[in-house]
Design a protein around this ligand. Structure first.
Ligand SMILES: Nc1nc2c(ncn2[C@@H]2O[C@H](COP(=O)(O)OP(=O)(O)OP(=O)(O)O)[C@@H](O)[C@H]2O)c(=O)[nH]1
Ligand SMILES: [Mg+2]
Length: 494
């Protein structure tokens, strides 16, 4: 870490607070410093039954989060990498209780104590998972839970720090919207109500349960992509989410947990319905009644639960056409058609590739909130924090880059698709070569030449007389980024 980087400067400020500030304020410094080195904290949020837990399972690659047709997730539940399976419930007083955790038919069940707590307790599930190393995921209750206390748990998790906690408890959010329907847009009120982070830097939109659109017909996912695209352009949504991505979470979850037995059952359905596949799969009821391939009712019901109607139709069609020959082939085709592969890419690009910056933003919000909270009690220390934050805000080019990217994602700055992609790439935590889009083996001279050429391009672009003054300022940031990359390359050893 470079000492003049944003992380480096915040580390120094947190260390100084931890070592010199009195009592509680010193603890803020200690906690913020440990957050700077920790994983990115990402929450999945939306209305009840939006498919949050199912999508979380798909992202983790295991059926760890309980899912159900009736309201299911009632506590904020964190999933993180750990040496073994372990579930704890942390009460508001900080006391942790170990909970029983069992697996039935590949699904996890967590047993809450009786009577279950009414407060803002949170559950943490640790499990050995490579996917949870750099990012911890939170499953959340629906905002609109009929139990106001349950919905409030999610709001509290997502709020910017001001009231109770001083550290934002999440760095970024995946919002699940169920249908392109005005009632679902109403959930966006939560942004206004609670100061929930609403900026494409920290938020990604998902059109969830996309396979259910258009009656689960074979074109459902293609049509859902169009719906998601136009949803992402909604003037209400674009400034908050940047874009909306269609995902069939159930298909995605099934793709990453598909068994050989399930593949065998589907092959039997495909063979039995070869003559008229549309008929047996006309509806869920028809499928369950018609017993294709002599599969017992429990198996047919299982298949419906795991694939949904679109998933069954689509998988059977793939098998019948011979385009899929084995379970691995079906799993990877399902992963692609479900939108999971694309969503993983988006999450990597949007969040993981600039995780350090997102965490820095959280830490800055935390220090700003601490300055308000302790203004009367610790005026000298607070003046120091404010002065230092002001200095960092004014000088850290990484923050200017975040402003640029935000303007690009919200459409405030109008760039070509290539230019927008370039901005996404340079506003990342990666090495100078990665930020230039060059391979790690690229000769330093070539890299410098690229950085210089791109700096000139953006400088000229920023001088265009057609631009508004704010756009010139924004594009000038890209030119300075390339100048910074050039000088980093010049200082690199060797
Ligand atoms: N067809 C289809 N069904 C889905 C999809 N995602 C979830 N479901 C089903 O919808 C129901 C609710 O899914 P959950 O993942 O539990 O939804 P949730 O948002 O976590 O619900 P709560 O925790 O109760 O707020 C379950 O029966 C899932 O199998 C999807 O992408 N497609
Ligand atoms: Mg849930």
């Amino acid at each position: 870490m470079r000492p003049d980087s944003l992380t480096g400067q915040l580390h120094r400020l947190c260390k100084e607070l931890a070592e010199t500030a009195p009592g509680e304020l010193s603890r803020v410094g200690v906690e913020a410093a440990s957050r700077l080195d920790g994983p990115l904290l990402v929450a999945l949020a939306g209305r009840t039954k939006a498919g949050k837990s199912t999508l979380l399972n798909a992202l983790v690659g295991e059926r760890v989060a309980p899912t159900d047709m009736s309201e299911c997730t009632r506590f904020v539940t964190w999933y993180r990498d750990g040496p073994e399976y372990n579930v704890t419930l942390a009460g508001e007083d900080g006391a942790a209780t170990r909970l029983a955790f069992e697996r039935q038919g590949g699904r996890a069940q967590i047993r809450l104590p009786e009577p279950p707590p009414r407060d803002f307790s949170e559950i943490t599930v640790s499990l050995p998972s490579r996917r949870l190393r750099r990012v911890q995921l939170a499953d959340t209750p629906g905002f609109d839970s009929t139990d106001a206390m349950v919905g409030a748990r999610t709001r509290r998790l997502l709020e910017r720090p001001e009231g109770e906690g001083l550290l934002p408890r999440v760095d970024a959010v995946v919002y699940l919207l169920r249908h392109a329907h005005s009632a679902d847009l109403a959930f966006l009120d939560v942004f206004d109500e609670s100061g929930v982070p609403g900026s494409p830097i920290q938020a990604v939109g998902v059109l969830s349960r996309a396979d259910e659109l258009f009656d689960g017909g074979l074109e459902a996912m293609d049509l859902a992509a169009r719906v998601a695209d136009s949803l992402g352009r909604e003037p209400q949504l674009r400034p908050l989410l940047g874009a909306v991505h269609p995902v069939g979470g159930l298909l995605a979850e099934t793709a990453v947990t598909l068994t050989e037995q399930e593949f065998g059952w589907l092959t039997a359905v495909s063979a039995a319905t070869a003559e008229e596949p549309g008929l047996a799969l006309l509806s869920v009821d028809r499928f369950c009644d018609s017993a294709p391939g002599d599969l017992p009712l429990a198996v047919r019901e299982h298949l419906v639960q795991r694939f949904g109607l679109f998933g069954l139709r689509w998988s059977v069609a793939r098998l019948a056409s011979g385009r899929v020959k084995d379970s691995a082939g079906l799993a990877s085709a399902l992963s692609a058609v479900s939108g999971l592969d694309a969503l993983r890419d988006v999450l990597e690009r949007r969040f993981v590739s600039r995780a350090r910056r997102l965490v820095c933003q959280s830490v800055m919000a935390s220090l700003g909130a601490a300055a308000i909270r302790f203004a009367d009690r610790e005026p000298a220390a607070v003046a120091g924090i404010r002065g230092e934050l002001e200095r960092i805000r004014a000088s850290a080019h990484e923050l200017a880059e975040i402003r640029l990217l935000d303007a690009v994602l919200t459409g405030e700055a109008t760039l070509s698709v290539e230019e927008a992609g370039e901005v996404e790439r340079i506003v990342g935590d990666g090495s100078p070569l990665q930020r230039l889009g060059l391979g790690e083996g690229a000769p330093i001279g070539d890299a410098q030449a690229t950085a210089a050429e791109r700096a000139t391009y953006w400088k000229e672009r920023a001088e265009s007389p057609l631009l508004m003054p704010f756009e010139r300022d924004l594009l000038g940031i890209a030119a300075r980024s390339y100048e910074g990359i050039y000088s980093e390359l010049s200082q690199a050893p060797g």
